[in-house]
Design a protein around this ligand. Structure first.
Ligand code: HMG
Ligand code: MG
Length: 314
């Protein structure tokens, strides 16, 4: 029987996954201000940008400038997405020390997202990972569509496990299992995690759930029982994938922290500071934070943070 983790690393993806799909321009100052606040809150892994094609994802076009200006804190990782060798070269030039390659368990999503088949994506990632390792970079891998595909529908757990194992074989030290469109439910999430765990140990895995159907916390809770101790989330529930129409944001960091705290699982992250970061970015985007916790613990809340959570307004 796997043990529940006593400590979880919350891997913040808001500045990348959260902002990549924003329709309006998000200025560099806002991105840097957000990252600064997230580090202030005690987050130790903050995915800050993506060296993808600026034609495909314009919102990440300033990642080079961002990493050049980023004031790195000791003990904080700032990984960036890279889809190919061009992206890796740009990342290295900008001083990135950890990169993430992103594969898909769905053939159609792979083509829509990175314009190649799954097989071709691994042919691309092999030299990317070899060069990254030669430069001493850490490498994370993602498996998208782990619980469903916006084009193909159901995705077999075995397909997710096979892609995860291939990412590890390429040198990924952590593989994040992504419910890209947020359609999974806990039993399905567990079946997927169990299939992956037959090939990749829990210490190498991360959970990456989007919250389209409000199932993300339940899915995380289910998979924590398998000993997986890294959870991806985005401050304020930011997010959505440009190649997965209708997919809503990542599970909100502050909602994850609230649940983990209630479970007695240590994160080392200050919830109120994450709420402050959520409020900061939401004001910059001109809309309220998309998390439950920020609605009750944000600045307009009549309830002091240490007096429990009142019923929500709806
Ligand atoms: P392509 O058009 O097939 O690329 O795109 P290409 O190799 O044919 O090159 C075409 C042009 O793009 C060339 O320029 C290249 O130089 C340039 P031109 O000669 O026309 O002037 N180019 C680049 N420029 C800058 N940076 C690069 C780069 N590569 C080529 N890295 C490509 C293929 C993979 C580049 C493209 O499809 C792409 O960038 N896709 C990224 C899509 C993306 O970022 N999706 C969102 C992230 S994934 C996600 O959110 C899921 C995740 O969160 C997990 C989950 O939720 O499950 C991770
Ligand atoms: Mg995602």
């Amino acid at each position: 029987m796997a043990e529940w983790p006593s400590h979880v690393t919350v891997f913040e993806v808001g500045p990348r996954d959260g902002l990549q799909n924003e329709p309006g321009e998000v200025g560099l100052e806002v991105k840097l201000g957000l990252i600064e606040r997230l580090a202030d809150a005690g987050l130790t892994a903050i995915e800050a940008g993506a060296f993808v094609s600026p034609k495909w994802v314009p919102q990440m076009a300033d990642s080079g400038a961002l990493y050049q200006r980023l004031v790195r804190r000791p003990g904080v990782r700032y990984p960036a997405l890279v889809p190919n060798e061009i992206g890796l070269a740009r990342a290295i030039e900008a001083g990135v020390t950890e990169v993430a390659v992103f594969a898909s368990a769905s053939e159609t999503f792979s083509r829509k997202n990175i314009n190649c088949s799954i097989e071709e994506s691994f042919a691309r990632f092999a030299p990317v990972c070899a060069t990254a390792r030669a430069h001493g970079l850490d490498i994370r891998g993602y498996v998208s569509c782990a619980l469903g595909c916006p084009y193909q529908g159901a995705v077999a757990p075995g397909a997710v496990a096979a892609v995860a194992a291939r990412l590890v074989a390429l040198g990924c030290t952590e593989v994040s299992l992504g419910d890209t469109i947020g359609v999974g439910t806990p039993r399905q999430a567990l079946a997927m995690a169990d299939a992956v765990l037959e090939q990749v140990p829990a210490e190498r895995l991360a959970l990456h759930f989007h919250n389209t159907y409000g199932q993300a916390l339940a899915n995380i809770y289910a998979c924590l029982s398998r000993g997986i101790a890294v959870v991806d989330s985005a401050v304020g529930g930011l997010g959505g994938c440009p190649y997965a129409s209708g997919a809503s944001g990542n599970v909100a960091t502050e909602d994850v922290l609230y649940m983990l705290d209630g479970l007695g699982i240590v994160t080392g992250v200050d919830l109120d500071r994450v709420v402050a970061a959520a409020v900061f970015v939401s004001e910059a985007l001109g809309r309220p934070p998309g998390s439950r916790v920020a609605r009750v613990r944000g600045p307009r809340s009549p309830t002091p943070p240490d007096q429990g959570v009142p019923p929500g307004p709806d």
